[in-house]
Ligand binder design. Structure first.
Ligand code: FAD
Ligand code: AMP
Length: 478
C-alpha cells in the first residue's frame, strides 16, 4: 500500500472529510483515516455528524414534526385525515437510509477527488509520521508532509447515570428506540437534549427534562429563551430547571432517578433515560508520547487561530479544538487548513458562527446577545419583528416567534441577529452573509426581499433598528 502522502487526515467527520477533499482538489496527495463502523459493522465515513448526530436527528425531527402537523394542525388548514398513526421501525429505517445515502456520498466524493480512504485507526507519531492500524491486518507507519487531526468528540458520561445501552442511553441510543417510551427522562436541556426530547415527546412520550442550571438556554437571547421555554412547555416538555440528577438505577420497571432541586431530594421513575449532558474532545489513542501535540487544560488539542498545533506541520480542526462543537465550524476550519497547506491565506471568521436548535419553532442566532453587549458596555439599537405580522407565516399557519437585530448605536453595524420561528435555521444565513460583509442595519433595510417570504421579517427587523419598520407600529426611538 501507498505510505507517502502530502497530507494525512485522521478522522472523516465533517471537519476531516472537507479538509481531505479540499486538499486533494488543490493537488495534494491525500489520505483520510477513519475507524468508525456503522450499525452493520462495516466502515463508514462522515463521523458523528452523518452517522449519529446532525443528520439522523434531523431525519427524526422532520418526521415527528410532520406527524404533529398531520395529527393536530391539518384540520386547521382544511385537510381532513383519518386516524394518523406512527410506525417507529419505519421511521428509524428511513433515518438509516438517509444516513447510508449520505455516508456513501462521502465515499464517492473521496473516490471522485482522489482521496484515499483508509479504514482503521490513526496515531500521530513524531515528525508527521502516522501509524495506521487497519481493522484487519498489521499496522504500518506512513509518512506525510502535513497531518490534520480531526478525531471529533464523544458524549460526556456521568456517574449519576451510567449507560446500560438499553434503559439509560446517550444521544446515539436515543436515535434507535424501537418503540415510543411511555415515560422518558432527559438529563440536560442543551441543544441535543431539547432536540431528542422534542422528537419523542411529539411521538407521544411523557418527557421530563432535568437541567442543573437555573437558567434556560443561557447562551441564547433572553427573550428567545423565555419564549422557547413557554412554547416547549405548552408542547408538553416538562422542563425542570435547577434540578441536578445524582443517581439513576435500572430496575425491572425502568429507571429510578434521584435528583435534587430547591425543595431537596426527589425521586422519579421513567421507562428510558437519555443522558445529554454535553460532549468532550476525543483523543484516546491518537497521540504518541513524542508527537509534539499538546492538550489545553480542558482536554482539547491546543491550536492557534490558524488551527496549527504545537508540532510543526500538524493541524487540528473540528470538535477536538476550542470553539463551539458544530459541524459547520469544523468544516470551515478543515477548508482553511487545507488551503493554507496549499499556500492560500484564508481565515475562519469565528465572530460569524451561526448556532441553531432544530426544535419547533426553530431557534437560531449569530453574533452578540444584548446581555453580552450590556456586560461590555457597548451601546446598541434593536429592531424586532414578530412572525405574527408576516403574511407568509400566516399563510403557513405558523406565526410563533420573531426576528431581533442588534446594531451598533454609532456605526449601525449589525452585531447580532436572534431568531425564533419557522425556518429560523434557513433565515439565519441571511444574517450571517450580512455580518460577513460588515453590513449595517440600513444596508439590510435597503436590500430587496421577495414577497411574501419569511425573510421579510429579517428585512422589517432591520428597518426597525432605526424605527422605520413598515408592517408594525414602531416604538419611538429615544
Ligand atoms: P466527528 O464528526 O466526531 O468525526 C470524527 C471522526 O474521527 C469519527 O468518525 C471518529 O470515529 C474518527 N476518529 C477519531 N479518532 C480516530 C483515530 N485515532 N483514528 C481514526 N479515526 C478516528 N452540529 C451541527 O452543526 N448541527 C447539528 O444539527 C448538530 N446536531 C447534532 C445532533 C446530535 C445528536 C449530536 C450528537 C451532534 C450534533 N452536532 C450538530 C454536532 C456535530 O455532529 C459535530 O460538531 C461534528 O460531527 C464534529 O465534526 P468533527 O469532524 O470534528 O468530528
Ligand atoms: P450542552 O452542553 O449544551 O449539551 O448541555 C448539557 C446540559 O446538561 C448543561 O446545561 C448542564 O447544565 C446539564 N447537566 C450536566 N450534568 C447534569 C446533571 N447531573 N443533572 C442535570 N443536568 C445536568
Amino acid at each position: 500500500m501507498e505510505t507517502n502522502y502530502d497530507v494525512i487526515v485522521i478522522g472523516a467527520g465533517p471537519a476531516g472529510y472537507e479538509a481531505a477533499i479540499r486538499a486533494s482538489q488543490l493537488g495534494l496527495k491525500t489520505a483520510c483515516i477513519d475507524k468508525s463502523l456503522g450499525l452493520d459493522g462495516k466502515p463508514v465515513l462522515g463521523g458523528t455528524c452523518l452517522n449519529w448526530g446532525c443528520i439522523p436527528s434531523k431525519a427524526l425531527l422532520d418526521a415527528s414534526h410532520k406527524y404533529v402537523e398531520a395529527k393536530d394542525h391539518f384540520a386547521e388548514i382544511g385537510i381532513k385525515t383519518g386516524k394518523v398513526e406512527i410506525d417507529v421501525p419505519a421511521m428509524i429505517e428511513r433515518k438509516a437510509a438517509v444516513v447510508k445515502q449520505l455516508t456513501g456520498g462521502i465515499a464517492s466524493l473521496f473516490q471522485g477527488n482522489g482521496v484515499d480512504a483508509l479504514a482503521g485507526t490513526g496515531k500521530l507519531l513524531s515528525g508527521c509520521n502516522v501509524e495506521f492500524s487497519p481493522h484487519e491486518g498489521d499496522a504500518v507507519v506512513m509518512e506525510a508532509e502535513h497531518v490534520i487531526l480531526a478525531p471529533g468528540s464523544v458524549p460526556v458520561d456521568i456517574g449519576a447515570a451510567p449507560l446500560d445501552g438499553d434503559a439509560i442511553v446517550d444521544s446515539t441510543g436515543a436515535l434507535e428506540f424501537d418503540a415510543v417510551p411511555k415515560r422518558l427522562g432527559v438529563i440536560g436541556a442543551g441543544v441535543i437534549g431539547l432536540e431528542l426530547g422534542s422528537v419523542w415527546s411529539r411521538l407521544g412520550s411523557e418527557v421530563v427534562v432535568l437541567e442543573a442550571l437555573d437558567e434556560f438556554l443561557p447562551m441564547a437571547d433572553d427573550r428567545v429563551a423565555r419564549d422557547a421555554l413557554k412554547t416547549f412547555s405548552k408542547q408538553g416538555l416538562d422542563i425542570r430547571l435547577g434540578t441536578r440528577v445524582i443517581e439513576s438505577v435500572v430496575g425491572k420497571k425502568g429507571v429510578t432517578i434521584k435528583y435534587q432541586d430547591k425543595d431537596g431530594d426527589q425521586t422519579m421513575e421513567v421507562d428510558k433515560l437519555i443522558v445529554a449532558v454535553g460532549r468532550r474532545p476525543y483523543t484516546q489513542g491518537l497521540l504518541a508520547p513524542d508527537s509534539g501535540v499538546n492538550l489545553d487544560e480542558r482536554g482539547f488539542l491546543y491550536v492557534n487561530d490558524l488551527c496549527a498545533t504545537d508540532a510543526p506541520n500538524v493541524y487540528a480542526v473540528g470538535d477536538v479544538v476550542r470553539g463551539p462543537m458544530l459541524a459547520h465550524k469544523g468544516m470551515e476550519e478543515g477548508i482553511m487548513v487545507a488551503e493554507r497547506i496549499a499556500g492560500h491565506k484564508p481565515l475562519v471568521n469565528y465572530d460569524c458562527v451561526p448556532s441553531v436548535i432544530y426544535t419547533h419553532p426553530e431557534i437560531a442566532w449569530v453574533g452578540k446577545t444584548e446581555a453580552e453587549l450590556k456586560a461590555s458596555g457597548e451601546a446598541y439599537n434593536v429592531g424586532q419583528f414578530p412572525f405574527a405580522a408576516s403574511g407568509r407565516a400566516m399563510a403557513a399557519n405558523d406565526t410563533d416567534g420573531f426576528v431581533k437585530i442588534i446594531a451598533d448605536a454609532q456605526t449601525d453595524r449589525i452585531l447580532g441577529v436572534h431568531i425564533i420561528g419557522l425556518q429560523a435555521s434557513e433565515l439565519i444565513a441571511q444574517a450571517v452573509i450580512a455580518m460577513e460583509f460588515d453590513a449595517s442595519a440600513e444596508d439590510l433595510g435597503l436590500t430587496m426581499f421577495a414577497h411574501p417570504t419569511l425573510g421579510e421579517a429579517v428585512h422589517e427587523a432591520a428597518l426597525g433598528v432605526s424605527g422605520n419598520a413598515i408592517h408594525m407600529v414602531n416604538r419611538k426611538k429615544k
